[in-house]
Design a protein around this ligand. Sequence first.
Ligand SMILES: Nc1ncnc2c1ncn2[C@@H]1O[C@H](COP(=O)(O)OP(=O)(O)OP(=O)(O)O)[C@@H](O)[C@H]1O
Length: 691
Amino acid sequence: MGDEDWEAEIIKPHMSSYVPVFEKDRYSSGANGDTFNRTPASSSEMDGGPSRRDHFMRSGFASGRSLGNRDAGESNKRENTTTVGSFGAGKGFGNRDFSNKFEEGDTSGFWRESNNDCEDNQTRNRGFSRRGDSKYEQDEGTQRTGGLFGSRRPALSGAGNGDTYQSRSCSGSGRGGYKGLNEEVITDSGKNTWKSEAEGGEGGDVQGPKVTYIPPPPPEDEDSIFAHYQTGINFDKYDNILVEVSGHDAPPAILTFEEANLCQTLNNNIAKAGYTKLTPVQKYSIPIILAGRDLMACAQTGSGKTAAFLLPILAHMMRDGITASRFKELQEPECIIVAPTRELINQIYLEARKFSFGTCVRAVVIYGGTQLGHSIRQIVQGCNILCATPGRLMDIISKEKIGLRQVKYLVLDEADRMLDMGFGPEMKKLISCPGMPSKEQRQTLMFSATFPEEIQKLAGEFLKSKYLFVAVGQVGGACRDVQQTILQVGQYSKREKLVEILRNIGDERTMVFVETKKKADFIATFLCQEKISTTSIHGDREQREREQALGDFRCGKCPVLVATSVAARGLDIENVQHVINFDLPSAIDEYVHRIGRTGRCGNTGRAVSFFDPESDSHLAQPLVKVLSDAQQDVPAWLEEIAFSTYVPGFSGSTRGSVFASVDTRKGKSTLNAAGFSSSQAPNPVDDESWD
Ligand SMILES: Nc1ncnc2c1ncn2[C@@H]1O[C@H](COP(=O)(O)OP(=O)(O)OP(=O)(O)O)[C@@H](O)[C@H]1O
């Protein structure tokens, strides 16, 4: 859907069709909300029995009947809160119980008046000239994203703390069509300089205002470091998932943490993190990595891939007797971890910090949208594990603050994304950087929940030929703990339906995905006007705003987060009970990642997707596949659309595979020929600032 389509929506009358009923009290209980009744309802339950909603979800939506249950008032508990900015200590990702800390500190929330925002005013007015020196005490950070913020901000200003969408009264949609510079840049050669834009402007040849944002340090106290949420009722069911390992001489899986024979400090940290049992991807990946093998691992969202690579890497480092990192102008980390988004890499860093607690291993995180000098200062203090987004990493390498000679472990999280046409070229540059050990001399590890065939092939360049491939369940399959519902909703009914769903949800945490940054602002503004406390995250927001938004969502201050695909992958936020795809993504793998923000670690969650036949028909086939693989009901109308849009080569039926079902080295997989994988992977140029 183009940017313009939805704008038309606001002036069209809304046709209400079918409204799903979410009854919070009946379908969720406990902090993890993991007691949804997933049993198919009997017809008698239609009248209000515990499974009424299920019945609606499973059959009513499919037929598009208007059941008209709108007991929304009762659950309209949300308020349009003022989001007071807080960037002070305590807002680390992955720490779940520090809501108080969001009340303190910097009151410069998002959408501030620009004249309250000295740093940004200064930098925007000044523009920047890139300096090649290494005087990182001064800030050379530059930002190419959102280059027109200077003009948009005053228009969006609210009150002194100016932080509500409400106060802006739809100003999100009234920006006079601002467009962040990151949306698309065409060079003289006519090629998209996606990389520069995706990177948030740290390195190179495109000018933009200087970035001065210094993220607050995460809390240092042990309780915060080890804060975690509970595994859910389905955690033990992970044991039943089929795991396939391909490649030669794979070491056997381990069944317990003890079998991994980790050092005492690591074991202590694992216990403090609340881990008592390995997840399947951990059972297989840990011994493989400990054995020094390269690995491509594919496992469902929320099933513990991060620890699956961090723990064995740390164990190796401890066994090798790593020396304490100390201050040096050039740091040579043993491990580099890359991920596609800033928030995700920060989360990985916090996990690394948690598991390395009490050891001499020092993890550092650097990412775009923050002051470059700050990144450098973090690095020079010592760095064993460097967690980085690609652009910032390349920038720091070019400044000779990071040397690659000691790299023993290279990890690509969300590896399919890291290798697709968006980040792939950057990753290739990384492995060809001077000093980077060849693939034979380093250990390369790739993790994701999706691994399209083409991407698996590209991965060969990075991995030793004898790498092992671990597939937990169906490669690219959706997490079965997420109850998926697809509603047929036309463009002009979406907002009304969204509001009704959210009112019925009450104050349970919900991520609403939309397709464009502009629309994210618009929908967030709209929801605030509807008195639903909402914040948003997307690539046109400054990094401090993104972190503020995520913080407000994490602590429950704003239970609704409207997001673009920048938040689709990897984010591990406690208690996200619902994902709503206001717009479906263009690629099915992204759908799988988006809905994976709920139903994590054995908890259950629900995903509702608005399917607009006008724009989403191409997704019907892969959606049918994903739904049926995850043992979800498939609406009859969706199957009909899938048949009617049948693409020859799609494995002969709507139930054909969408993803490579196996390690592609085994021969031609059943990847669909309709091109629903990487060929339609989201291109960061289109809409997002990924890094
Ligand atoms: N063995 C375990 N026991 C208990 N909790 C665990 C275990 N392993 C991981 N977790 C927790 O499960 C949650 C999800 O883990 P993680 O974020 O690593 O998932 P993921 O597989 O990387 O998901 P995604 O595909 O969305 O990136 C985290 O909160 C993590 O701390």
